[in-house]
Ligand binder design. Structure first.
Ligand SMILES: [Mn+2]
Length: 597
């Protein structure tokens, strides 16, 4: 079936069910950012493969809503599909809610699979559409009825994350969650976000691309844990751990019926941003619902001492792999054929040589010349540039290790570069350094600090259209709330929390000039307490990434005294920490690339 036939089949099923409009978003049943193959319904119905986007089909119209990262790709992939591109955030473009409210007749019907729509979003639609007396049918997965070669749901095994990596037992974490439930007056707490479940139970798996998560739902009460999961994923070691805490295993899909049986004298704590609309609606109407952020969000964001010690180790491993890669690239550029794809494969090869490496933590960004101006560029066989001994090359990649998840970006000069490129490169380095050097009082949010990274770039009359940094999970999601650096509040992003010691966050300013070049430098930081005095608790950062910043691209005269001292000291540490793990040739080379300037 081609796209046109799929859409027409869907319209036929909509008509049979008297549905006027049907929504297909990109999430899975757990509101994940990245999803497994089984859940790629939106790509199946539209041909659009980006990570974010929503398709709406009506009787005689069809649209895809996506954001600025994907306008060019979507335009291309939707060709001939009859599906129109709605560019989110552009002037005059309606939201999906506005579009639905305009196109469904009064008294009409909207349909979707309530498992893939967040409760918060479903509730908001309900409100908007009730003005026109439009009803919602949420128990229909219409696409499943004709998607004959739909990939199976992942059946990969789960594994136990030892306390030497997690730093806290499942029992201890569970006790903390129950304490928060009791404080809120809840007897029951539904957690369905996969990273929250994995963190709480100290398990990991391989059901979602790049994020080592296990497909499951959980219902926590004050004396039991109900886990909805394919039991075949669980080995004897996990079952033994679970037995200590009275974990009851149910089939994955049974959660929906189970929720309906919650007793009405129990108050249930849920996070409407983190559970799906079907689960939310299955809570019996007599049950009191307490809406609160999952306590696990803050718990897992604040890494414990053992996790932090491991995070430092994972970054040394990443540093070794990257330095070996950088040496290889600088030695071989112009001599052997290297492309965007082969370069990122090579870097992954160096990471894979490190003990405890599990896999990449997100899709690699390996971008040469003007490709780097696209922040989320992903090289394909068609777009794949050959790297030449000139201009700038940007590489943004990361690894999952038992010791944590990493995310690093370097931009490298592959030959002589123009003065303009050097000035831009140095401004980005200055922004990264200024934020790293910050000292501030407890109570600060990422929004208060973002300008430090942006200032040298704004001074040039340039801006980057994204945040400066995001929280990073511990062998979990690469983008993890509730912290982030951004100068404007984005309501849909969960990153406005006060910064706590132990949070791990990225620092990644950039300059992106369309059709010309892109520069980004990214280190990871740990929030730390500094001195406490009559003025309050001061805080600063510990940098955990130790990888050279390419001196071939720096214009030293653009750095002030403090910035130069910072860079020299940083490079001294890079050499001390990484050189013991290198060959003699690599060591000699690193000496030059970490020299004082
Ligand atoms: Mn990042």
């Amino acid at each position: 079936m081609n796209i046109l036939e799929r859409v027409s089949k869907l319209r036929q099923l909509m008509a049979e069910n008297s549905i006027d409009a049907y929504i297909i978003p990109s999430a899975d049943n757990h509101q994940s950012e990245y999803v497994g193959e089984y859940f790629k319904t939106r790509a199946y119905i539209s041909g659009f493969t980006g990570s974010a986007g929503t398709v709406v089909i009506t009787k005689d119209d069809a649209g895809l809503w996506t954001d600025g990262r994907y306008f060019i790709q979507a335009d291309h992939q939707l060709e001939g599909s009859g599906i129109r591109l709605f560019k989110m955030g552009e002037p005059g473009v309606p939201t999906t809610e506005e579009f639905l409210s305009d196109s469904i007749p009064s008294g009409g019907k909207l349909g979707f699979d309530g498992r893939v729509i967040a409760a918060e979003e479903g509730i908001s639609l309900e409100k908007k559409l009730s003005e026109k007396n439009i009803s919602i049918v949420y128990d229909l997965d219409l696409v499943d009825q004709f998607w004959t070669d739909r990939p199976a749901m992942s059946e990969k095994p789960a594994f136990l994350l030892d306390v030497k990596y997690s730093g806290e037992s499942f029992s201890s974490k569970l006790a903390r969650v129950r304490e928060k439930m009791t404080e809120a007056g809840a007897a029951c707490h539904i957690i369905t976000s996969l990273d929250d479940i994995a963190w709480l139970l100290n398990i990991r798996g391989d059901d979602v691309a790049y994020s080592p998560l296990v497909l499951s739902y959980s219902v926590i009460t004050l004396d039991s844990v109900h886990l909805f999961i394919d039991e075949n994923k669980l080995g004897a070691d996990i079952m033994a751990e679970f037995a200590k805490e009275n974990v009851v295993i149910h089939p994955y899909n049974d959660v929906y019926e189970f929720i309906k049986t919650i007793e009405k004298d129990q108050a249930v704590m849920v996070d409407p941003k983190k559970i799906n609309y079907a689960i939310f609606n299955n809570i019996p109407s007599e049950v009191k619902v307490i809406e609160k952020d999952n306590p696990t969000i803050m718990f897992k964001a604040i890494k414990n001492e053992i996790e932090l010690e491991n995070v430092r180790k994972s970054h040394i491993k990443d540093g070794i792999a990257f330095v070996k890669f950088m040496y290889w690239l600088k030695q071989n550029i112009g001599k052997i054929e290297i492309t965007e794809i082969s370069a990122s494969d090579k870097l992954e090869e160096f990471r894979a040589q490190q003990e405890g490496f599990i896999g990449p933590s997100f899709a690699p960004i390996s971008a040469y010349k003007e490709h780097a101006a696209m922040m989320h560029y992903s090289a394909t066989e068609e777009s794949n540039y050959a790297l030449k001994p000139e201009h700038l090359y940007l590489t943004d990649t990361g690894g999952n290790y038992y010791e944590g998840t990493t995310d690093i970006t370097r931009t490298l000069a592959l030959g002589e570069i123009s003065n303009e490129l050097k000035v831009h490169f140095t401004a980005v380095v200055r922004g990264m350094i200024n934020l790293s050097m910050a000292k501030f009082l407890y109570g600060v949010r990422g929004y208060n600090l973002d300008v430090l990274a942006r200032q040298p770039i704004w001074q040039l009359g340039i801006d980057y259209k994204c945040g400066t940094g995001h929280g990073v999970g511990y062998l979990l999601n690469i983008h993890e709330g509730p912290s982030g650096f951004r100068w404007q509040i984005v309501p849909s992003k969960n990153e406005t929390a006060v910064m706590e010691p132990g949070m791990v966050i990225t620092n990644e300013p950039g300059i992106y000039i369309e059709n010309s070049h892109g520069i980004r430098i990214e280190n990871e930081l740990i929030f730390k307490n500094a001195e406490k005095n009559e003025f309050g608790q001061f805080m600063n950062f510990e940098v955990v990434t130790f990888i050279p910043i390419d001196l071939d691209a720096i214009e030293p005269s653009e750095l002030n005294k403090d910035e130069r001292a910072y860079l020299n000291n940083y490079h001294k540490q890079v050499f001390e920490k990484i050189s013991p793990y290198l060959t003699e040739e690599e060591k000699d080379w690193l000496k030059v690339y970490t020299r004082e300037i």
